[in-house]
Design a binder for this molecule. Sequence first.
Ligand code: PLP
Length: 379
Amino acid sequence: MSPLDWPLHGGRAAPLLARFGLSADTPVLDASANLNPLGPPAWLAGWLAERVAGLADYPDPDYTEARAAIAAHEGITPERVLLTNGGAEAIFLAAALHAGQHPGRPAAIVQPSFAEYARACAAQGLPVVEVPLAPPGFRLDPDAVVAALGEARLLFLCRPNNPTGGLLPRGEMEWLLELTAACDCRVVVDEAFIDFVDDEGGEGQAQEALTPLLARFDHLILLRSLTKRYTLPGLRLGYLLAAPETVEAAASLQPAWSVNGLAAELVAPLLADRDFLDRTRRWLAVERPRLQAGLAGLGLEVVPSRANFFLVRHPEGRVATRRLLPALLRRGVLVRHTESFPGLDGGWLRLALRDSEENDRLLTALAGALADSGGEDAP
Ligand SMILES: Cc1ncc(COP(=O)(O)O)c(C=O)c1O
């Protein structure tokens, strides 16, 4: 299997264990998927068990209660909310909306970023232009945006960005939204990881929130994922926030009952669980700086991250970095390769922030992998 055929997403140990000749039941610490290690909330199992009978009913096709709960949580009206089957469905809906409204016009994607933007554009037959984020800082260069946009009428941007962890500050977002308003280019900001943004002095997340900008910019679409925050990737739950007309147009492209009834009913109790979010913030405040310092202490180059993952590379470059993945897997730790990210080409690894004990295991495994001389190359 060539590295280009490796899994496009984290959380997929089996193909990589097979590729490196390791047994399928090797116990693996998964630092490849960026999920909250505190979840799912402890009450969830009982809650689901009590509602199994509800599976006999169709969900409310308008998801009225879930949308009202999200609207109250975000401080906006329910007409601005569309419930989706994970953030992934929202990405595909945004691409489909664009394809219907601006046939043949390209979409721009800030890269390297989440693979589903390109897949969604390909599914709609959209030409794509890339707006590159250049290493080592991976900052968005305003001139690069202006140069790349051209004929594009849709821009995908991830905030904080997967896999670099950088967050385009709200002030720069406003600049970008003004620029794109002038050229009639819709902006999709995927904030799947926004709940993990460091909360500087308790104000960080509130200051960075883009929700208030929805009232000013009709061409802004915000995407969120509840599956990351509450560790429910198997359940699928996300939402799209936009102008009411955009929500209505996106809803018309969505299959009826796209979100299952249990997931929809779960939205309100999840958002009401303040304790879970408080514990998540406390975990981030301790573990993020600790893991960052540990990684740097091992001599790795670490991209500063506002999210719950770090992009790292070996100081000796691409070949040495690629060797770390199989060396870590042999030590029972799965990390995310970057073979499929444009501009990274396997020269970096993405490591998810886990709980304290697992972060220690990751650091110990890395120390061992770094000490290995040679080893098998990843390709
Ligand atoms: C940036 C980004 N957006 C969206 C998603 C998809 O989220 P969901 O599981 O809610 O579909 C992911 C999943 O990895 C992601 O990394």
